[in-house]
Every structure is written in C-alpha cells, then in structure tokens.
Design a protein around this ligand. Structure first.
Ligand code: SAM
Ligand code: SF4
Length: 329
C-alpha cells in the first residue's frame, strides 16, 4: 500500500518524527532546564516502548520514515537499546538516530549499535571542561568524549556534535572546532540560541550569537566550501575546509530562518503531537495511543499537521514558554 502523505496547509510534507522518550534529564543545561521547580510527567502517562512502536507504525502509514530519539536525555530511559531494536524490527523507518548529551553513551554505544541505531548527535557546548560544567551545571566533558569515542568505534557514524554558541561565552571556540574537523571525521554543528523556556532568561551567560555573520567570517578565514554530509534531514547547512576530514554545519533559525522547509513533527514522552517548537499548539494523542486506537492516532497526526504554524516569529521578539527538555529540541 502506498502511504498517504502527511502534508500541512502550506504544502510542506512531514516525513520526520522526533520522539522524546522522557522529559527527565541527568543535566540541567542553563539554556534548557531550570535547576528547580520543574514538574515531570507522571509515570502512568509516559508512553511504553510498545506504544511508541505502534505510534511510529501509524506515522509510517502517513509517510513518516525517519525518526530521532531524544528527551530530556534519552539515555536515562531504562533499556533504550530494546526500544531501538523494536523500532528497527517492527516499523518501516528507513533511518533511526538519537540526540544525547553523551554522559551515558560510553556504556551503551555498543548495545545501541547492535540494536540497529544508525547514528548519534552529541551535544557539547564547550571544549573547555570548566566552561562545559558551567553551562551544563553538572556535565563531565571527559565522560562525554569517551562516549563519542565509543560511539565512533561502534559505527554510530557520522557523529554529529551540536554546540550551542553564545556571544561572550563560547563564541571564541569557533576556530578550535573548525580546526578539530581537519583531522577528525566529525560533523560539528553550530546552533543559535532559541528563545524557548530557559533560553529566554540566559542573559548572564552571554546572549544570542548571529551565526550567519560568524559563518561569513569563517568562510573568509578558512576558505570553507559548501558540502553535505552523507545523510541529513534537517535544517543545517554544511561546509568543509578544503581537504578536511570533517564538516562544519550551521543551524540558524533566527538569522537565516528555514521554517518554509520544515519537515518535522514531535511526539512528546506523554503522547502529545507538537508540530512546531515555537508555539504551544499540540494534539493530545496519549489516551488514544494508550487504548490502542490506531484510527484516532492517525486522526491526531492529521490534525497536528493541519495546525502546523507557518513559522516562528522569534526574530521580532516572540518567545516560547514551554521548557525545551519536554519538547525534545
Ligand atoms: N538531552 C539531549 C541533548 O542535550 O542532546 C537531547 C535533548 S536536547 C533538548 C536537544 C538539543 O536541543 C540539544 O542539542 C540542545 O543543545 C538543544 N537546545 C536546548 N535548548 C535550546 C535552546 N533554547 N536553543 C537552542 N537549542 C537548544
Ligand atoms: Fe538535558 Fe539536553 Fe536539556 Fe541539557 S540540553 S538539560 S542535556 S535535555
């Protein structure tokens, strides 16, 4: 059977699902989660692995064939390799990846690769251990690098590193990251801060850094040429220093908006379908998922596509209240 396409009111085809497997995390990155005061979804509302698989099967019928596991921190969810195995066996996903903070990756990389995970993105906001701890509040950079090495050995490649750049905090590290790609097969992606949740209140750690401007400077300094990674479904645009083993990516939601090519939908840990990061609009599919009502789940996907906004307005001062950790990034 040819799958129906999931299309929104603006003609964008949605073929990519970000699956948040938990809203909990073992870090408290300053731009993402407050130190205290967050309430988490009760355990009874969290989708089980079977329910996630069934939801992805419905998504498959609508043409969604790529997915990413995220969180909170996906690796704090017990037994995650088993979910990977189930998704690879029981759904028609052509590609399954994961975004992680890397703290628990060394221990699980091999099991994840064996279960069929295709690749990982690891968030690393600084090359300096002290700064890394400051921004993440509890992070241990050495453990994260160990995780990256184990993931590379396990074949979860190309490994992409997400590094959120803040003006006056870590924007002096851009050159070091570029130089790291000369000898390493890493894809280093620079991210602009989005005014979501804690991201709105970050002034004390430096603020928004315009990465379109910084890209121009790097092109000049290193002679970067456009390139593309083997695989990629997202908004990043890629460049390479001629002859370098790795790539540099720029994710610029504010300085170079890409909403018109958005192909994604988000499934939260408690079964909400969220069509856009910038707005609180969502469809509650949790109950339908939990009672196994596939037709209702399909309707929820169609409805979520129908209410997908045209784009954010962060560039003119819009902010988004929901914390990022419950959305999955
Ligand atoms: N815990 C995992 C991690 O840190 O990679 C996955 C979830 S995290 C919410 C996914 C991504 O969202 C991370 O790369 C993080 O840097 C990014 N993120 C969180 N808050 C953000 C914000 N306000 N603006 C831009 N990116 C943000
Ligand atoms: Fe946790 Fe990821 Fe948010 Fe950091 S960015 S607090 S690691 S969910």
């Amino acid at each position: 059977m040819t799958p129906t396409k999931l299309q929104d009111r603006f003609g964008r085809v949605i073929n990519y699902l970000r699956i948040s497997v938990t809203d909990r995390c073992n870090l408290r990155c300053q731009y993402c989660m407050p130190l205290e005061g967050l309430t988490f979804h009760p355990k009874s509302e969290i989708l089980t692995f079977e329910e996630i698989v069934e939801t992805v099967q419905v998504a498959n019928e609508l043409g969604i064939d790529r997915a990413r596991l995220t969180g909170g921190e996906p690796l704090v969810r017990k037994g995650l390799p088993e979910l990977v195995r189930m998704l690879k066996r029981e759904t028609d996903l052509k590609e399954l990846s994961m975004t992680t903070n890397g703290l628990l990756l060394a221990r699980q990389a091999e099991a994840l690769a064996e279960a069929g995970l295709d690749r990982v993105n690891v968030s690393v906001d600084s090359l300096d251990p002290k700064r890394f701890r400051e921004i993440t509040r509890f992070g241990d950079l050495e453990r994260v690098w160990e995780g990256i090495e184990r993931a590379a050995e396990a074949g979860l490649t190309p490994i992409k590193i997400n590094t959120l750049i803040l003006r006056g905090f870590n924007d002096d590290e851009l050159d070091r990251w570029v130089e790291l790609t000369l000898e390493h097969e890493l894809v280093v992606r620079f991210l602009e801060l989005m005014p979501i949740g804690e991201g709105v209140r970050l002034k004390h750690l430096g603020g928004f850094c315009n990465l379109t401007e910084r890209k121009e400077e790097l092109i000049e300094r290193y002679g970067l040429v456009p390139d593309r990674p083997e695989r990629g479904n997202g908004p990043a645009r890629y460049w390479r220093v001629p002859g370098a083993k790795g790539l540099i990516g720029f994710i610029t939601p504010i300085s170079d908006k890409y909403c018109d090519s958005c192909n994604r939908m988000r499934l939260t840990a408690n079964g909400e379908l969220r069509p856009c990061l910038a707005y609180d609009v969502h469809v509650k599919a949790g109950e339908a998922i939990k009672r196994g009502d596939r037709r209702a789940v399909k309707r929820a996907f169609l409805q979520a596509a129908e209410i997908k906004p045209e784009g954010h307005h962060w560039e003119v001062g819009q902010t988004t209240r929901t914390v990022m950790s419950s959305l999955g990034g």
